[in-house]
Design a protein around this ligand. Structure first.
Ligand code: NAD
Ligand code: GLY
Length: 361
């Protein structure tokens, strides 16, 4: 097992990474301050892992809430189920919420923890690759709105992240590839050596070779923890770099209806589109755009948006984004592999050219 720290002063917390950690309750228990816990999971993950988690929580009053599965349920309506379960179970400010599942469960559990009784503790037990390398770390919580992805939420840091890499054994290939998109993202943002490593080791990752997988998860969490520690609430804009590919991707997710394209798929395609625009800006070399395209393709991710999103609609959807400031859209683009920047200094005509080049009628 390895332990990393997200360094945020008095809100610092550990990320434990290893095989079989669901059976190591001693890692979780120091972070459960009261006598009560509420495990939040969904109808797919619950039957797989809930009993094992609960077995380690003996002696506590442990309740559970099982949510429907899917991005389309990441809504304020579904949040109500969590609040109702907490109120029915008389959970007080000493309670801890435990998110057992992927990013959807994690984001909603964190948001419930941020808002229930004006804020209670929560811990993350992520079970998808995407959640293990990204969404469980950093304290971004929230839900979608029909008009925009993740537009309602709060920053609320977990007390601990427990990553049991064995849980990936039951994850479908398509979901696994979606997680690889966020892994590739770290290489592109500011870790070119990791990008090189991914090019050399993508086949091992696709085989889910434990050593390669452990390295990719650890390195991703290190990269994310460093960026979050530098700009926890995205004030300086540094943390916004973690949104590489996301403005394009969110347009795809919202435009196609939540749940049709997986978040990671949309991000993979979005990174290819961001690379294309970066080349049109004269920043990224054509050969590097090819490298981005090739690695995303090797990770078995789509590189073109689905049909039915014409350029006008795509641009309209991109305009609903948390990075919009003073009415101006800001995008994360690449000056090089491993050098991402947040900028509003892109030429809208070039953005249109990129979308035209990728969009199918
Ligand atoms: P998800 O939570 O929908 O999980 C994907 C699917 O895998 C679901 O059907 C789930 O039930 C299933 N599943 C989960 N663990 C499993 C396991 N071990 N075995 C078998 N099936 C399993 O999707 P995701 O990709 O984990 O997360 C995507 C969400 O995360 C999006 O809503 C996205 O916006 C959010 N996100 C948040 C952040 C953040 O910083 N908070 C970062 C990235 C993404
Ligand atoms: N996934 C974006 C962030 O955590 O900031």
């Amino acid at each position: 097992m390895e332990t990393l720290t997200v360094a945020l002063g008095e809100r610092s917390y550990p990320i434990h990474i290893g095989a079989g950690l669901l059976d190591r309750p001693e890692l979780l228990r120091p972070h459960l301050r009261g006598e009560q816990v509420m495990v939040v999971t969904n109808e797919t993950v619950g039957p797989l892992y809930l009993e094992r988690l609960l077995a380690g929580l003996q002696g506590l009053r442990a309740d559970r809430v099982i949510l429907p599965d899917g991005e389309q349920y990441k809504t304020l309506d579904t949040m109500d189920r969590i609040y109702t379960a907490l109120l029915e179970g008389h959970h007080d400010r000493g309670t801890t919420l435990i998110a057992l599942g992927g990013g959807v469960v994690g984001d909603m559990t964190g948001f419930a923890a941020a808002t229930y009784l004006r804020g209670v503790d929560f811990v993350q037990v992520p079970t998808t690759l995407l959640a293990q390398v990204d969404s469980s770390v950093g304290g971004k919580t929230g839900v979608n709105h029909p008009l925009g992805k993740n537009m309602i939420g709060a920053f609320h840091q977990p007390r601990c992240v427990l990553i049991d890499t064995d849980t990936l054994g039951t994850l479908e290939d398509r979901q696994y590839s979606a997680g690889l998109a966020e892994v590739i993202k770290y290489g592109l943002i500011d870790d070119p050596a990791f990008f090189d490593w991914l090019e050399a080791n993508m086949d091992r990752l696709l085989e889910r070779e434990p050593e390669a997988l452990a390295h990719a998860i650890r390195r991703s969490c290190e990269d994310k923890a460093r960026i979050v520690a530098a700009d926890e609430t995205e004030r300086s804009g540094h943390r916004a770099l973690l949104n590489l590919g996301h403005t394009f991707g969110h347009a795809i997710e919202t435009g196609t209806g939540y749940g049709n394209w997986l978040h990671g798929e949309a991000v993979g395609c979005g990174m290819v589109m961001a690379a294309d625009l970066s080349r049109r800006m004269g920043w990224l070399k054509p050969a590097d755009v090819d490298r981005v395209h090739a690695l995303v393709t090797r990770a078995r991710l789509p590189t073109r948006p689905p049909p039915g999103l014409p350029t006008e609609r795509f641009m309209e959807l991109m305009a609903v984004d948390k990075k919009v400031l003073g009415g101006r859209l800001r995008l994360v683009l690449l000056q090089d592999i491993g050098r991402a920047v947040l900028t509003d200094a892109f030429d809208p005509a070039l953005l249109r050219e990129t979308i035209d080049a990728f969009a199918s009628p």
